[in-house]
Design a protein around this ligand. Structure first.
Ligand SMILES: Cc1cc2nc3c(=O)[nH]c(=O)nc-3n(C[C@H](O)[C@H](O)[C@H](O)COP(=O)(O)OP(=O)(O)OC[C@H]3O[C@@H](n4cnc5c(N)ncnc54)[C@H](O)[C@@H]3O)c2cc1C
Length: 325
């Protein structure tokens, strides 16, 4: 039999947005809050960016004195604030399914197994992810074993000190792509080549300048599509529309973020297709009362700090809803 748990509020995702919602609710005197996170610690994407000797300090925000705040330090700061509250943090807990009409979540974790959590209000703060090859729609290639997302590159290099690619090509040219190039190069790869389907890189000029200390990737803006990923493992290559072949030992798919809204979509909450953006009202609530969203799941690229403050705002809407229901 499945275990059952009753909470006032359940938050899915322990990134800056989820933590912002939790802290905002605590400030408003709400008790019995569960923050559910599938990883072994909270902090979301910023927690991946480790401060390490020789590593690339990828920024999360400039503090008031013009100092860069590192991802891991930023995540630790949020974690410290949360530890002073009574919020229940459920780590290594994956939300498998939501049941909107029952206000419940089906979760699984190693110690409790399958559990149903019911709550008066549920907030989805699951973040965003990079588009797959199929979702980009301009890249051909068979099932390839050495295609990574940027978050995996950060995870391997910053968390495990493993260099997954020695001769990388990066597809995508926004800020995250240049951060990935810097991380790869600083960890010992050859200078990455960045490819995108636009004339100029999407990353802001200043961000590119920031990362030049570590990496000066060459940029190939292709106008005609598609490109093709060919070969296998260390013998991989990217074939451009003019038949030029760029040899590599794997590809990084960077940028082009898409909301992580699968739970909402499968659960029957309103989600736009193909953008996957949740359809919510001005107070961040779905048309089904009690269901809210916060942070990068709302679509677009938002920095960690924006997501945290958005979480605080969503907490205000949730508190209002709870007081009226
Ligand atoms: C690769 C990459 C690099 C980025 N680099 C930067 C940067 O350098 N600076 C910056 O300001 N912004 C960066 N961003 C944007 C960044 O995502 C946001 O700034 C911020 O982390 C978003 O906060 P969030 O809480 O909405 O989502 P996230 O930080 O993504 O947190 C969402 C959390 O939800 C959890 N989760 C998702 N689904 C489930 C589930 N079903 N069950 C349980 N838990 C779940 C995830 O494990 C994750 O911890 C980057 C984004 C990506 C994808």
């Amino acid at each position: 039999m499945k275990m059952k748990k009753r909470m006032k509020v359940a938050i899915v995702g322990g990134g800056p947005a989820g933590i912002g919602v939790a802290l905002g609710l605590v400030r408003r005197g709400i008790e019995s809050i569960a923050l559910i996170e599938r990883n072994d610690k909270i902090g979301g994407i910023p927690a991946l960016y480790r401060r390490k000797p020789g590593g690339v300090p990828t920024f999360i925000r400039w503090s008031r004195g013009g100092r860069i705040v590192f991802g891991e330090d930023y995540a630790n700061g949020l974690r410290a604030k949360l530890s002073k509250t009574d919020v229940e943090v459920w780590l290594e807990t994956q939300v498998l399914k939501i049941v909107p009409e029952e206000m419940s979540l089906n979760v699984v974790n190693p110690s409790m197994g399958n559990t149903i959590i019911k709550a008066d209000s549920i907030i989805l703060a699951c973040g965003s992810r990079e588009k797959t090859i199929a979702e980009r729609g301009w890249i051909m290639g068979a099932r390839l074993p050495r295609v990574f997302f940027t978050r995996q590159i950060i995870h391997w290099i910053d968390r495990h000190s493993v260099l997954p690619l020695h001769n990388p090509v990066i597809i995508g040219s926004d800020l995250i792509a240049y951060a990935a190039a810097a991380k790869l190069r600083a960890a010992g790869s050859s200078e990455p080549i960045i490819i995108d389907n636009c004339r100029r890189p999407k990353s802001p000029f200043l961000a590119r300048q920031y990362f030049r200390r570590w990496s000066r990737p060459s940029y190939r803006g292709i106008i005609r599509e598609p490109i093709e990923i060919i070969g296998y493992g260390s013998e991989s290559a990217v074939k451009l529309p003019n038949d030029e072949i760029i040899r590599c030992d794997g590809v990084v798919l960077s940028g082009e973020l898409i909301p992580n809204s699968e739970l909402a979509l499968v659960g029957g909450l309103e989600v736009e297709t193909p953008s996957r953006t949740p359809v919510v009202r001005r107070d961040y609530q779905f048309s089904r009362p009690g269901w809210f969203v916060a942070g990068n799941i709302l679509g677009g690229f938002h920095g960690a700090e924006w997501c945290f403050f958005n979480g605080l705002k969503v907490a205000k809407s949730v508190a209002k809803y709870l007081s009226q229901s």
